[in-house]
Design a protein around this ligand. Structure first.
Ligand code: ADP
Length: 430
């Protein structure tokens, strides 16, 4: 490959350097120097590192090997053409032979360098991938441990809540019974009207407190699966009829109209009548509370035929024209102590508009429905105190009792009165 004349000739033809793409100019110039060096003394110490760095750069930027080889290829063509034009055939033949040997080396070394660069890049990528993989695995493990810790803490808090409810309710019950007893005695023995009114106030307050304590005890029984169900044949038309009679003064006071659709034609179901009274009294009471005065409350019933997943059921919907429930609250309202929005929105009353209680009502309702292996869902277009989109609470209960396993269940014998209670026309009680 040594050819001094070729080296001198190339050195004298630097004009060829400018005839290339701007992007390849640096490579072109370096190649030029490398070729002169090779032609002068046959050394590749200059050209080889140039080719290696060009190949590494080409791999890094995604340039193909053919694209990279195009640069020396074009240079060779130009040298051939110019030597052919300028030099006599005999010396030209020798120069061109040397040119070709140089370029065979360039092509070979470029291919090797390119392959090596790919191998290095792949290895680097693999190392980087395995580093990232190890990193993400470590993060996943950290998160898993964190979630497990948070879950344990949640379970501990949930247990503490359950224990607190149970202990507080039991501890409050005895002194409250005393207060109620003394308030009753005071009410009976006092003669002055103002004093009687005060005693009456204590009595009503302690009754309300008693109702809250009963709720806490029910909740504690539900939470710990200690609920007892007394099963009998229940006519829901009668249960609802009784609730409505009890709530009639409130309905009138709040100027709500009530519509009952197809509840009278529902079949009797085997269930705990007292608990179902609790369920529907709470739902109807909530419908009254969360609907502005002059609203409409609709209670409708239907029978649902058995499917592969569900036995034959009855479905009762309590629908109102009230403030409605936001989508994000539709499930949360069944959680204990959950109240929608700020407490400023609520008044503390059992029947007034937006008169919220402690937020236990729906939790107990859900627990009681599920104890019967039934389901409850809330439907609403959203919460809006101005436009009142309304809400619907849909309760599905199996006709034949299938209480949740683990509950203490007593099946009451069907007495004549109960046979009568199962009849479609409602007497005074169920
Ligand atoms: P509370 O004792 O606060 O009434 P509940 O468990 O009965 O507790 O209800 C929980 C929350 O669900 C209520 O604070 C209320 O925001 C919402 N809610 C219940 N029933 C209705 C309804 N019919 N319409 C709109 N919101 C309701």
């Amino acid at each position: 490959m040594q050819n001094k004349r070729l080296a001198q000739w190339i050195e004298a033809h630097t004009d060829m350097l400018s005839r290339t793409d701007e992007a390849d100019q640096a490579l072109h110039a370096a190649l030029y120097e490398g070729i002169i060096e090779m032609a002068l003394n046959g050394e590749t110490r200059l050209i080889d590192p140039v080719l290696e760095s060009a190949a590494a750069h080409a791999v890094a930027v995604g340039r193909s090997l053919t694209g990279l080889l195009g640069v020396p290829q074009r240079l060779r063509e130009r040298i051939w053409q110019r030597i052919g034009e300028e030099i006599d055939p005999e010396p030209a033949f020798e120069m061109l032979s040397a040119v070709d040997i140089i370029f065979v080396h360039i092509v070979r070394a470029t291919i090797d360098a390119y392959q090596e660069a790919i191998r290095l890049a792949t290895a680097a990528k693999a190392t980087e991938i395995s580093r990232l993989y190890a990193e993400s695995e470590r993060k996943v493990m950290e998160y898993t441990a964190e979630v497990a810790r948070a879950n344990r803490e949640l379970a501990r808090l949930e247990q503490a809540k359950t224990d607190f409810i149970s202990i507080a309710a039991h501890e409050l019950k005895t002194p409250l019974t005393l207060i109620q007893g003394y308030a009753n005695i005071l009410h009976d023995i006092l003669t002055e009207e103002r004093a009687i009114n005060l005693a009456d106030g204590i009595r009503r307050g302690s009754e309300r407190m008693g109702a809250i304590i009963e709720d806490m005890l029910d909740l504690s029984a539900i939470d710990t699966n200690r609920l007892s169900l007394f099963l009998e044949l229940v006519n829901l038309n009668k249960v609802i009829g009784l609730i409505i009679r009890q709530l009639e003064p409130v309905l009138k006071d709040r100027k709500h109209t009530l519509q009952i659709i197809d509840v009278e034609s529902l079949p009797t179901i085997e269930a705990d009548a007292y608990r179902l009274h609790q369920v529907f009294a709470q739902l109807i009471n909530n419908a009254i509370k969360y609907t502005p005065d002059g609203g409409q409350i609709t209670i409708s019933g239907e029978t649902v035929a058995a499917t592969k997943k569900m036995p034959a059921c009855i479905r009762i919907t309590v629908k109102d024209t009230g403030v409605g429930i936001a989508p994000e609250d539709r499930e949360k309202i069944f959680e204990k102590f959950y109240r929608v929005g700020s407490s400023d929105l609520h008044s503390t009353s059992q029947t007034k508009f937006m008169g919220a209680g402690p937020g236990l009502g729906l939790t107990i309702v859900k627990g009681l429905v599920e104890a019967h292996q039934g389901r409850i869902v809330a439907e609403s277009q959203g919460f809006d105190m101005q436009n009142c989109p309304g809400s619907a609470f849909i309760v599905t209960l199996p006709i034949a009792a299938t209480p949740r396993p683990g509950l203490q269940v007593t099946r009451l014998p069907r007495t004549e009165a109960q046979e009568e209670a199962a009849a479609p026309t409602p007497p005074e009680s169920y």
